[in-house]
Design a protein around this ligand. Structure first.
Ligand code: UT7
Length: 320
């Protein structure tokens, strides 16, 4: 059975970089010290009006395909993880496929909020392992700024827009070693956008709502559990992982997870300070940053993990 090996990575952040101090100038009652001490976030990037998830995903995908040296037409599977799709339908994956000039590949979206990239990566791994597909493009792309209530300072300072992409290819040597995915819908109310479109009207609330403290506690518990589960599946001690790339939502959650795994922070990739919580885009954004700056090297073992609305959570252990 082949492995799914990472052949290329890429990411894209919209050019509009907004510092914590810029939020205050926009009239949000907050301060840099509060945001940095509670979350570690210093800046986020916001998409221009009309700039969509498929556009951000397109930019990230081009870079990942270029690193892999693959013609976009040679990709036979495209999965986009997003909770902020361009349209109700068609899927953002189909729109991205068209932008890339690919036709005929299997293409669909996955909706698992901030764990979306881990869900998409796991699905792609299983397609490749089954032998049905050889080259997959897995993208996390979000424009969360569209679903934020800019009058709710407890949430609007936390999120940003962006996209990350990974190209996988069937390989006999190395790749994704183990994956674990979980969900518990009993906790759907602690992080949600509890609205929808019906008969041309918005029914319910179209903005992101969160019980921050409940999410915090849940995230710390399940991220440590799923990290251990995934390492156990691969027969690797958690503390022997070369790099941990957790969902980039909050530095305190990241530090607590690393501590529970017995990993020092110098083996944890942290980019939340630079782009805030970009939901499904956060893990591939951090992966791309660490591959391109040379920290992550071929042959190293990397643990990726995510947690988010649903509630959903998951991890993937990769030999890069
Ligand atoms: O993908 C998963 C996504 N979510 C997360 O990872 C979030 C997890 N949760 C958290 O990171 C934290 O719960 C938050 C950062 C969201 C909040 O931190 P907290 O320590 O739980 O703060 P809190 O909600 O209990 O609020 C404490 C105080 C309140 O003031 P009072 O009532 O004590 O006077 C808030 O009104 O902080 C106030 N506050 C703010 N102050 C300045 C809330 N938001 C802000 C703000 N700036 N932006």
């Amino acid at each position: 059975m082949p492995f799914a090996r990472i052949a290329g990575v890429g990411s894209y952040l919209p050019s509009n970089r907004v510092l914590n101090s810029d939020l205050i100038s926009r009239g949000i009652e907050t301060d840099d010290e509060w945001i940095v001490s509670r979350t570690g976030i210093r800046a986020r990037h916001l998409a221009e009006t009309g700039q969509t998830s498929s556009e951000l995903g397109f930019e990230a995908s081009k870079k990942a395909l270029e690193m892999a040296g693959f013609d976009p037409a040679s990709v036979d599977l495209i999965i986009v993880a997003t909770s902020t799709p361009d349209f109700v339908f068609p899927s953002t994956a189909c729109l991205l496929q068209h932008k890339l000039g690919n036709s005929g590949a299997t293409a669909f979206d996955v909706q698992a909020v901030c764990s979306g990239f881990l869900y998409a990566l796991t699905i792609a791994d299983k397609f490749i392992k089954s032998g049905s597909h050889k080259r997959a493009l897995v993208v996390g792309a979000e424009v969360f700024s569209r679903i934020l209530d800019w009058n709710d300072r407890a949430t609007c300072v936390l999120f940003g827009d962006g996209a990350g992409a990974v190209v996988l290819e069937a390989s006999e040597t190395s790749g994704i070693l183990a994956t674990a995915l979980h969900a518990d819908g009993a906790h759907h109310g602690i992080l949600s956008v509890p609205g929808n479109v019906c008969g041309g009207q918005i029914i319910g609330d179209p903005f992101l709502r969160m019980d921050g403290q409940a999410v915090f506690k849940f995230a710390v518990r399940v991220l440590a559990e799923v990290a251990n589960e995934c390492c156990e599946m691969a027969g690797i001690a958690p503390e022997s992982v070369d790099w941990l790339i957790p969902h980039q939502a909050n530095i305190r959650i990241i530090e607590a997870t690393a501590k529970k795994m017995g990993l020092p922070m110098d083996r944890v990739i942290v980019t939340v300070d630079q782009h805030g919580n970009t939901s499904a885009a956060s893990v591939p954004l951090a992966l791309d940053a660490a591959v391109r700056d040379g920290r992550i090297k071929r042959g190293q073992k990397i643990l990726l993990e995510g947690v988010g609305g649903g509630f959903t959570w998951g991890a993937a252990l990769i030999e890069f």
